[in-house]
Design a binder for this molecule. Structure first.
Ligand code: B12
Ligand code: SF4
Length: 451
């Protein structure tokens, strides 16, 4: 731990203070953090606010940027962190504190484990930058930072500024981001699954932006890129918790010429008009947390939106519109059994799920579920909290059997034959590309790599 209070105060010398904004790269060995890299919207929003008062540099270790050894050009180092890159965040924080810099940490991990994060920072921001920004700016200017900034309630999403993408485009970088532009229409998801951090961050609150604000931001990107056909990725937890809003948004997007994908809670796909409208609005892929084909597991995790008996209808309604489905499946809950792997395989193959994603149940610190199972966890190494490392022994399976089955299902679902069977209905496109990448990824999995 670095003594954060013993560093000398800054002299302003009439110049604007300078911030280094950092998106750290995890040391997880599984490329979760470095395969297809998306523009970090959260850090970009911090940068958009910061540049009004301070000079800024933004670096992203995932695309090959390096944190300078000598930080003398900077006054403040501001880092965004999830659990999987918390160790790296702390190392950068310690490095900056040792050079007398002010270190501000934000993002989901520091917000949920404040005491731990404070050991590597001057200040922690709990919640959205927008909510505490005015106070933070003043305190940075006066060099009078508080230890914790906590937002009091949630600001209207209509007060959110458009993120300034020139911050990203004027950077030199060694590797490209994926081509999907991150955008937000809503925040929060009141469903409240026990393994998810979203309800811990945003509570049971669901906020939406006025449709016009979202359209303005879409047009901003179309103008900036000089073409209507822009690909967007909604960063929303659940774009359709309030169907009337989603319907208004999708209706307004019809004819704009954009393509997009988003997370959506499956119960809304039970109604055929939602995927139909989404398709008309330019949707290409919807990400759905099926999580499990076992009703016991769905009950255990508290995912009230999922009715296993309706999974088939959800897939049918989505595929009827030609939309691809990214289906998330989690293994390793105490109700899971060895037979569950076969049942999941059968479901995926029978319903031709386009892009299945398999993860291992991971109790993230700060969730109630973490408190329940923390005595059983085999890792306290945050690098391994990437949802594909073995975390604890599920009650009904032993470790080796579990890992073998977890690898087997991925190899089977991503065998060439299975890819052809699942995707045979669609022309060769980027969904095929992702499946081909997953084929090679699944071949590299071994029990050792997941431990
Ligand atoms: C969209 C999304 C993704 C996208 C895009 C990620 C990206 N490029 O940013 C994709 C699909 C790629 C993805 C992947 C993964 N994700 Co994800 N993802 C999300 C989701 C739904 C929204 C994140 C987001 O962008 N929100 C919009 C931004 C603008 O809001 P924000 O992040 O809250 O940021 C605000 C504040 O936190 C604050 N802030 C943030 N950083 C900083 C820094 C400073 C200095 C300051 C002052 C303030 C500040 O201000 C910001 C602006 O208001 C969240 C759930 C959630 N609600 O957080 C999960 C979530 C972040 N993902 C999660 C996980 C586990 C993953 C994966 C590991 C695995 C997986 N199975 O999906 C990978 C890892 C990828 C990676 N390298 O980090 C977990 C993380 C849990 C944890 N404790 O770390 C979350 C919380 C969901 C959950 N299960 O609970 N994800
Ligand atoms: S439905 Fe998804 S976003 Fe909502 S609480 Fe559950 S896992 Fe989190």
């Amino acid at each position: 731990m670095v003594n954060v209070m013993s560093t000398p105060p800054y002299a302003l010398n009439g110049r604007r203070k300078k911030w280094l904004l950092v998106q750290p790269k995890s040391d997880t060995p599984l490329r979760v953090d470095s395969a297809s890299i998306s523009i970090p919207l959260n850090l970009l929003m911090v940068a958009t606010a910061a540049q009004k008062h301070f000079d800024i540099d933004l670096i992203d270790e995932r695309v090959g940027d390096k944190v300078p050894t000598d930080l003398s050009a900077y006054d403040v180092v501001a880092i965004t962190s999830r659990t999987l890159n918390a160790k790296k965040t702390y190392a950068i924080g310690d490095h900056a504190l040792a050079q007398g810099k002010r270190v501000i940490l934000g993002g989901v991990h520091p917000a949920l484990v404040i005491d731990e994060a404070l050991q590597h920072a001057t200040s922690i921001v709990v919640g959205e930058i927008e909510s505490i920004w005015d106070e933070l700016v003043e305190d940075v200017k006066q060099d009078a930072l508080k230890r914790v900034y906590r937002s009091n309630g949630f600001k209207s999403m209509n007060d959110m500024e458009h993120p300034d993408f020139t911050i990203m485009t004027r950077r030199k970088r060694s590797r490209p981001y994926n081509t999907r532009i991150p955008i937000l229409a809503t925040k929060g998801c009141p469903i409240g699954c026990n393994f998810c951090c979203a309800p811990k961050i945003y509570g049971k609150v669901y906020r939406t932006r006025d449709v016009d604000h979202v359209l303005d931001e879409i047009r901003y990107h179309q103008d900036r890129l000089g073409r209507p056909g822009v690909n967007f990725s909604f960063m929303d937890d659940n774009i359709c918790f309030r169907p009337a809003f989603a319907e208004a948004l999708f209706n307004a997007m019809i004819g704009m010429g954009v393509k997009w994908n988003s997370n959506i809670s499956m119960n809304f796909l039970e109604k055929p008009h939602i995927p139909q409208l989404a398709k008309e609005a330019g949707c290409e892929l919807l990400s759905v947390g099926f999580e499990s084909v076992s009703p016991e597991t769905i009950k255990l995790v508290g995912k009230g939106s999922n009715r296993v008996a309706r999974y088939g209808t959800v897939v049918e309604n989505t595929h009827k519109e030609g939309l691809a489905l990214q289906g998330y499946f989690i293994f390793g809950f105490d109700t899971d059994t060895p037979e569950g792997f076969q049942a999941t395989y059968d479901f995926i193959m029978e319903n031709c799920i386009d892009f299945p994603v398999f993860t291992i149940a991971t109790p993230f610190p700060g969730t109630d579920w973490y408190e329940e199972v923390k005595h059983r966890l085999v890792h306290s190494d945050w690098d391994k909290y990437d949802t594909i490392h073995y975390m604890y022994k599920p009650a009904k399976m032993d470790r080796d059997e579990f890992l073998k089955s977890f690898i087997k299902i991925q190899r089977e679902v991503y065998s060439w034959k299975a890819i052809h069977k699942r995707l045979g209905y669609r022309k060769f496109d980027w969904v095929w590309g992702v499946n081909i990448a997953m084929h090679f990824f699944s071949r590299r999995l071994t029990p050792e790599v997941l431990l």
